[in-house]
Design a protein around this ligand. Structure first.
Ligand SMILES: Nc1ncnc2c1ncn2[C@@H]1O[C@H](COP(=O)(O)OP(=O)(O)OP(=O)(O)O)[C@@H](O)[C@H]1O
Ligand SMILES: [Mg+2]
Length: 153
């Protein structure tokens, strides 16, 4: 574990996803992410999967895809929010998508095994944090990753 600038980590993920971002003609914004104690090689996988999912599942015919990565301060927690303006996650599926091999789409142009979010959940758990899909989001998917400011105490 080391001190990691989450803004730089998210930026690295965006660079790795550059081709997909261009193909989706998406706008991706990173806004004011903190630094925290983390394992960067693991945590980047969370950004890659969440932003990658937004690129795969967040597209709509009638509006350009916008993805935002931002953070909120919640006392002893960093709350990192990854949201898009796509069709979103039906609230009744908000937990199921974190189980291995669970995908909501059947006719599928988007490739995937359905393991991404379960791996994200394991990685965040290793950081003593938690990750969930916000059931109350009315506009698109909104994923929340909460990381403790002091994970090693
Ligand atoms: N931003 C999103 N908008 C709408 N649906 C989503 C979004 N993110 C995830 N989902 C749904 O949750 C499912 C699980 O996501 P997950 O990342 O675990 O799997 P995947 O992306 O399909 O495959 P993999 O990540 O293994 O390549 C997806 O198949 C999709 O149905
Ligand atoms: Mg995925």
């Amino acid at each position: 574990m080391m001190t990691v600038d989450l803004g730089l980590l998210a930026q690295q993920a965006i660079e790795l996803l550059g081709h997909d971002i261009a193909a989706a003609d998406a706008e991706v914004r990173i806004d004011g992410l903190p630094s925290c104690v983390a394992a960067p090689d693991l945590l980047i996988r969370v950004f890659l999967n969440l932003i990658g999912n937004a690129l795969k599942y967040g597209r709509s015919a009638d509006r350009p895809l916008r993805i935002a990565v931002s953070s909120e301060d919640d006392g002893s927690w960093h709350r990192i929010v990854i949201k898009d303006n796509g069709p979103g996650i039906p609230p009744q599926n908000a937990e199921r998508i974190f189980e291995p091999s669970q995908r909501l789409v059947t006719d599928d142009k988007a490739e995937g095994s359905g393991f991404g979010l379960s791996i994200c959940a394991e990685i965040v758990k290793l950081h003593n944090g938690r990750i969930f899909a916000d059931k109350t989001s009315e506009t698109g998917a909104r994923f929340v990753m909460e990381l403790p400011k002091a994970p090693l105490q």
